[in-house]
Design a protein around this ligand. Structure first.
Ligand SMILES: Nc1ncnc2c1ncn2[C@@H]1O[C@H](COP(=O)(O)OP(=O)(O)OP(=O)(O)O)[C@@H](O)[C@H]1O
Length: 369
């Protein structure tokens, strides 16, 4: 039975469909990251799961129990979940133990049980011995651990984390990501983690949902998102990829034959003959001495010990920009020859479902826009 199941869920604010027909199933014990650009609907999706928003359409079930749907709405406190926000939301006048106890109040535990739960939760987040401190006596990372401990103490079946690391510096974020992974591995409770930082999502989650304009573009493991993006948006967003328009001539055995710059090459992918996208990341291209694809250098910058070069593939219709690395700085306007060492092919039509305007066009409204 899925920990979270959504079916055609819609949540609109006026004309904005913040969540626009999302269906998904998350297995129990998963660590799911919701990833996507600002305003794509990640927080709204999380709030729908929490019960802080009501869907306008569709159904949501948690652990097999319908919590939102036609004629049914279960309040957040009755959903058996914990939430951690970027703002920590700790009571400043209460001690660490008091804050955790406050989260436990609806469970009506005995004093001894409360003490045990508080001790257990503090140990889990590595803050044993800090029970009597107040939030202002803690670092940002420690406050976020208290917020997590407060959620864990309730022993929820599901923990929702809304950009919990946004207020922490880069070093602390790394440490806390490792902590989240460790705690998740120890508990096997389902975690849902909202972030707009793909490195964070990939580092922490076993399952990543990429959202765009209210839609769920793909729900997959980090490796699958990277190697087999389902849509051009995912190809471009994950790993800062580029999409180059190509003609697919045929496919067999998981490979597509494509025509690019007058030559035929075979690239992994899944697209029928016709217009396609060649999805490329910097590591899919390598400079070669001759006989490769020709690209004119547009720009470059020093990165990761090499030179990340942006170049335009010759004889490719609009959008033939690619990135690759060179061990030396290129000359401005230089033409570099490149061999393909990877890549992925998608059908061109997938692009049609990408933007709100195109959604409207597809739905038949505003066709003259
Ligand atoms: N309460 C609200 N009233 C009106 N519009 C809202 C409300 N909440 C969200 N929206 C709109 O819905 C869309 C999705 O917002 P949401 O906060 O879910 O995005 P997000 O992906 O979490 O963004 P961010 O990464 O910037 O936090 C945005 O266009 C936002 O302006």
């Amino acid at each position: 039975m899925a920990a979270i199941e959504m079916e055609a869920v819609v949540r609109a604010f006026g004309a904005t469909r913040a969540v626009n027909g999302v269906s998904l199933a998350v297995p129990p014990g998963a660590f799911l990251a919701l990833l996507g650009p600002s305003g794509c609907g990640k927080t709204t999706l999380l709030r729908l799961i929490a019960g802080l928003e009501r869907p306008d359409a569709g159904r949501i079930a948690l652990g097999g129990r319908l919590v939102a749907g036609p004629g049914r709405f279960v309040a957040p406190e009755a959903r058996g979940l914990g939430m951690v926000f970027q703002s920590y939301a700790l009571w400043p006048h209460m001690t660490v133990a008091g804050n955790i106890r406050f989260g436990l109040r609806i469970q009506r535990l005995s004093y001894a049980e409360e003490r045990a739960r508080i001790g257990e939760a503090l140990e889990m987040v590595g803050l044993s011995g800090m029970a009597d401190r107040r939030p202002h006596q803690l670092s940002g990372g420690q406050r976020q651990r208290v917020a997590l401990a407060r959620s864990l103490a309730v022993r929820p079946g599901l923990i929702l984390l809304d950009e919990p690391l946004a207020n922490l510096d880069a070093h602390l974020r790394e440490t806390m990501l490792a902590e989240f992974r460790r705690i998740h591995a120890a508990l096997r409770t389902t975690f849902v983690f909202v972030t707009h930082d793909q490195d964070e999502a990939m580092a922490v989650a076993g399952l990543v949902g990429v959202m765009n304009a209210g839609r769920l573009e793909q729900l997959a493991s980090p490796a699958d998102l990277y190697r087999r993006p389902a849509t051009p948006m995912v190809a471009r967003f994950v790993g800062r990829g580029r999409t180059v328009p190509v003609q697919v001539l045929g496919r067999s055995g998981g490979l597509c034959r494509i025509a690019v710059q007058g030559r035929v090459v075979a690239v992994p992918g899944d697209a029928p003959p016709g217009p396609g996208w060649l999805c490329l990341r910097p590591r899919d291209l390598a400079a070669t001495a001759g006989g490769g694809l020709r690209a004119r250098v547009l720009d470059h910058r020093f990165q990761g010990g090499g030179h990340l070069v942006t170049a335009a593939l010759e004889h490719v219709e609009d959008g033939g920009t690619v990135d690759f690395t060179l061990p030396r700085p290129p000359h401005p306007g230089e033409t570099v020859e490149l061999s393909l060492t990877g890549g992925w092919i998608l059908p061109r039509e997938a692009l049609r479902a990408e933007t709100p305007l195109q959604h409207r066009l597809l739905a038949g409204a505003g066709a003259d826009a």
